[in-house]
Design a protein around this ligand. Structure first.
Ligand SMILES: NC(=O)c1ccc[n+]([C@@H]2O[C@H](COP(=O)([O-])OP(=O)(O)OC[C@H]3O[C@@H](n4cnc5c(N)ncnc54)[C@H](O)[C@@H]3O)[C@@H](O)[C@H]2O)c1
Length: 243
């Protein structure tokens, strides 16, 4: 199946984890991908593995100039049809252990980064005849998340930003949806102790964490024309954790 033939997709924070799996699946389905990340060694290794269909560039999502370079890299590959706002940080602390610096750090990467990304891709997507933006939120953006005040704040913000942008961008032929994964087995959750991990799994009706592949399949659906009439939707992928 080549759902993404002649399509170019930009993935922020795509050097590892969920973003890297999305890049691999997209290339397997015919897409060209631009992978942005602050992790240069991992990003370059992935681009090498994927060959000429992939470009890596060092991109800090908090920098507007880096977004402009990423969009230019996509257009050099043949246009810009999809974007995954996937970059994120998770440094979990409860309210009383969260200081202003930690709060602002989450806001800059998770929230400001998503805003700058959506804004940066619009003109190029319009030039390509329309596009699809997928914002990676979390179940922490659907309900209270234990011990992660700043992270939750940003992931709730993404949910609202997605809906506002979906309305703004519909007349331009650009769809915007949010994905809300529950605990997914990537490097991000290595901060958990074994006890914390077991406790989180205990709260999931399906009794296990999700995989990056499972999230990637949903992201590809939202990037593709299979979801042509969907915009502003929030899709949980969490084994029932947010129920
Ligand atoms: N793993 C989970 O349990 C889980 C659950 C819900 C949502 N998410 C979200 O999924 C997305 C992907 O996370 P993951 O699980 O693959 O973890 P991950 O830590 O492997 O991936 C996050 C990526 O973002 C990159 N990044 C961080 N700061 C950046 C910056 N300033 N500029 C560019 N890139 C930056 C990291 O280098 C990393 O490659 C994140 O937005 C995360 O919040 C993860």
């Amino acid at each position: 199946m080549a759902r993404f033939r002649d399509r170019v997709v930009l993935i922020s924070g795509g050097a590892r984890g969920q973003g890297a799996v999305e890049a691999r699946m997209l290339v397997a389905e015919g897409a060209r991908v631009v992978i942005g990340d602050v992790l240069e060694a991992e990003g370059r290794r992935l681009a090498e593995e994927l060959g000429p269909a992939a470009t890596f560039l060092r991109q800090d999502v908090t920098e507007e100039a880096d977004w402009a370079r990423a969009v230019a890299a996509a257009e050099a590959l043949g246009g810009l049809h999809g974007m995954v706002n996937n970059a994120g940080i998770y440094i979990p602390r409860p309210l009383m252990e969260t200081d202003a610096a930690l709060f602002e750090r989450h806001m800059r990467v998770n929230q400001l980064g998503c805003f700058l990304g959506m804004k940066a891709v619009v003109p190029a997507m319009q030039r390509a005849g329309g596009g699809s933006i997928v914002n990676i939120s979390s179940t922490a953006g659907l309900r209270g998340s234990p011990g992660a005040l700043a992270y939750s704040a940003t992931k709730w913000a993404l949910r609202g930003m997605t809906k506002a942008a979906a309305i703004d961008l519909a007349p331009r032929g650009i769809r915007v949806n949010s994905v809300h994964p529950g605990p997914i087995d990537t490097d991000m959750v290595k901060v958990w102790s074994n006890e914390q991990r077991a406790a989180r799994i205990g709260q999931i009706p399906m009794g296990r964490m999700g995989t990056a592949e499972e999230v990637a399949r949903l992201v590809l659906f939202l990037l593709s024309d299979d979801s042509a009439y969907m915009t502003g939707a929030e899709l949980a992928i969490d084994g029932g954790a947010s129920l």
